[in-house]
Design a protein around this ligand. Structure first.
Ligand SMILES: Cc1ncc(COP(=O)(O)O)c(C=O)c1O
Length: 309
């Protein structure tokens, strides 16, 4: 590609480090610079229009340039453009949204905690799980199990929870105490002659074996996407979730449902947990604007992208 000196493309190559991008290749081909979006479309700086089939990174659930969102954001920027919730501070939109999310949750939840990204929400919940074990006088109950091919984000904890080798090789990840069990990918992992139900039984048995090997009293939580997204959009096999939940219940292990790309209607029902009959203890969710939740035993994290105002 012919990149003009001092163009947006040239300046992007010079100054901007991208996520999930081969830096050497980027220096050769440069970026596609987007300038606008409307409904399902975006357009680049040459005027070319695209259907944004992934809705931004699964983020723009109601379409680009939705007037109601522009108006609400404008009103809020004029009234109070930013405020935090440290040291007992709060504000109306945070209170209204927390109440609404608690009322929407598919199982009783107690509180909403706001973060700035899905990755941060997952790291935050890891910390809260460790905090909970300490508070309960069970400091040995700290291990967390996730799944091969899982995607939970880019930060140290979230990338450790993820089960994609390219996210971990060269970064000295995962951190200690994180383990990965079988990916519920029937098409790739199922054996010849094995039914979906038999495969689900094997996945639950693999989880049980891992918990036994590590020591059930040392395992605090199981992290999972109701439907795995970045790992390949993997629909769990029939009976998978009921069998996995039975194992977690047996050992009193918390179930964290990472709903970042399943929540708010993306799997047909309001949450992936409802679509697949999951009873989560913690929900990580994003419209995709950020959040996190917790049931009484249990919690919920709303991962909003960007500061909540
Ligand atoms: C299931 C899941 N969890 C966590 C994340 C990380 O969210 P963020 O990109 O907002 O950090 C993603 C991102 O798409 C995701 O798909």
């Amino acid at each position: 590609m012919n990149i003009m000196p001092n163009s947006q493309e040239a300046r992007d190559i010079a100054y901007h480090m991208h996520a999930y991008t081969n830096a050497a290749r980027h220096a050769e081909i440069g970026p596609t610079v987007m300038t606008g979006g409307e409904g399902i479309y975006v357009k680049d700086n040459t005027g070319k229009r695209y259907i944004e089939a992934m809705a931004g990174l699964w983020s723009v659930a109601v379409g680009f340039s939705e007037q109601r969102l522009i108006d609400a954001a404008t009103r809020q920027m004029q009234a109070l453009p930013f405020y935090h919730n440290f040291t007992h501070k709060s504000h109306g939109p945070a209170i209204d949204l927390a109440e609404r999310l608690i009322n929407m949750a598919p199982v009783p939840m107690s509180k909403v905690h706001y973060t700035n990204s899905g990755s941060e929400a997952n790291d935050t919940i890891m910390k809260l799980i460790w905090y909970r074990s300490n508070a309960m006088g069970k400091p040995e109950k700290k291990k967390i199990i996730s799944r091969e091919r899982a995607y939970h984000g880019v930060t140290v904890g979230a990338a450790s929870l993820s089960g994609l080798p390219y996210m971990q090789q060269s970064f000295d990840l995962p951190i200690p105490g994180i383990f990965h069990t079988t990916c519920p990918h029937y098409w790739k992992e199922g054996r010849d002659g094995e039914s979906e139900e038999q495969f689900a039984t094997r996945c639950a048995q693999d989880l049980d074996n891992l918990i036994q090997a590590e020591g059930p009293e040392t395992v605090a939580a199981f992290y999972s996407e109701p439907l795995m997204g970045a790992g390949g959009v993997i629909i769990p096999p029939k009976t998978y979730w009921e069998k996995i939940q039975a194992v977690l219940d047996k050992y009193d292990i918390l179930l964290v449902a990472d709903e970042i790309i399943c929540g708010f209607g993306r799997t047909g029902k309001m949450f992936g947990s409802e679509t697949f009959g999951i009873r989560p203890d913690v929900m990580i969710m994003s419209p995709k604007q950020p959040c996190c939740h917790v049931r009484p035993k249990h919690r919920c994290a709303y991962n909003g992208r960007g500061k909540t105002t």
